[in-house]
Design a protein around this ligand. Sequence first.
Ligand code: NAD
Length: 453
Amino acid sequence: MKKNSWSRRDFIRASTGAAAAGATARYTLLQPTPLWASPQPVAPSDRVRFAAIGTGIRGCILLDASLRVPGVECVAICDLYDTRRLSAEQALKKSVPWSRDYRAILDRKDIDAVIVAVHDHQHRRVFVDACAAGKDVYCEKPMSHSVEDGFAMVEAAQKSNRIAQIGSQRVSSILYARAKEIYDSGKLGEVYAIQASWDRNDPGGAFVCPIPPDANEQTVDWTAFLEGAPKRPFDPIRFFRWRCFADYGSGLAGDLFVHLISGIHFVTSTNTIAQRAQSVGGLFHYKDGRDFPDLIETFYDYPNFRVTLRCNLNNDQGEFFGFYGTKGTLIIKESTVTFTAQDTHPEPDLYTVSWWPEKLRNDYLAQWREDHPSPPPLKSRLDQESEVFALPSGYDDVVDHEANFFQAVRSRKKVVENEEFGNHAAIGCHLANYSYFKRTAAVWDAAAKKIVG
Ligand SMILES: NC(=O)c1ccc[n+]([C@@H]2O[C@H](COP(=O)([O-])OP(=O)(O)OC[C@H]3O[C@@H](n4cnc5c(N)ncnc54)[C@H](O)[C@@H]3O)[C@@H](O)[C@H]2O)c1
């Protein structure tokens, strides 16, 4: 699903976009960070020994990526579904000690850090226990399943002085770093409007994943899965398609908005919670008993700009960000970033004066020319060049995000996406769902640390 290479189609799409904007385009292929491209040797004493808690789809992707991070080693794995042991070993290309109970991992003194990729409703429990056991934690997004969970997790990490990295990997991507550089340069002017969307139209993308035929009450620890959720009889649909159910996941907001919000917060250096959100949407196609809509659109108020987000499971337009400034526009579309300047040169208002009586019009134009003695030549005004930056083939931001975490574990320096950043982004998702389900604006009450209607 991940599109991270600069394909012929990307070039055509980018140049079509630039042409449509009346612009020529200059193309640059971004270079990976040195750490990723040519790993520095890490002294054996500096090797980080970590364990993976939750080795489902995401856990395995993270294990696979960890093989490309220098100086780290996975020494234990844990999951509630026995078959995931084989998946994890396949990702790691070796076998390591395995358990169903993550506390067995936390008891081990030789483990420095844990990667937590469990269902969302279990994030808090595993994260808080891991911090209390002195482990640094890489925890998947969305950090929290509720507002209360998020603040408990922030407190746990800070109280025990742990490094915590939340798993919205785009904030470590060289693509987003370039977008941020452009944003910070001021070339966009003032940015008051930001729009982002993520549309996909395949059943897997709508959380309708196949159920493995060997899943049953012997191979799945159903009791442990229900920790922190209402008790109910074994139901493999709930275990594997958990994102559809509010007891375990947060629907499209928790799954996809969180990436859009993290990307926007990162590019704009916004480490805060939106003040207010208003959602609309509906369940149009996937009427399979799920709790969440398959289309959600949310408008957010931030102190200095407004944000519009959309996720639609009934269209394939992919991922998109637009930052609309007074001097230019920045677009992130899959594996490219495009900046296009605007023509901000002054012009006489010919539309308004076109039906003024001749003398009035001529006087206005004469005055305008006097006020603007040297307007730029027409050619320079038409040549608004777009700059397009693209990811190199095979680039993987997950590797960079993990590398950033493991470096911090070693150095005790800051990560790119700590528990506060992750908490703020996750609350954006909770605001969206609150507004959708309560059919009202969701207002963030910062003093009370809660959402009010
Ligand atoms: N950053 C990203 O792009 C990205 C992509 C996909 C998923 N995720 C996140 O990763 C997490 C996992 O998602 P997934 O797609 O791998 O789901 P999944 O259902 O494939 O895997 C989750 C696994 O967690 C295990 N688990 C749950 N509670 C556990 C516990 N207490 N101890 C041990 N194992 C436990 C389950 O047995 C299951 O195998 C979610 O939070 C999800 O939002 C992030």
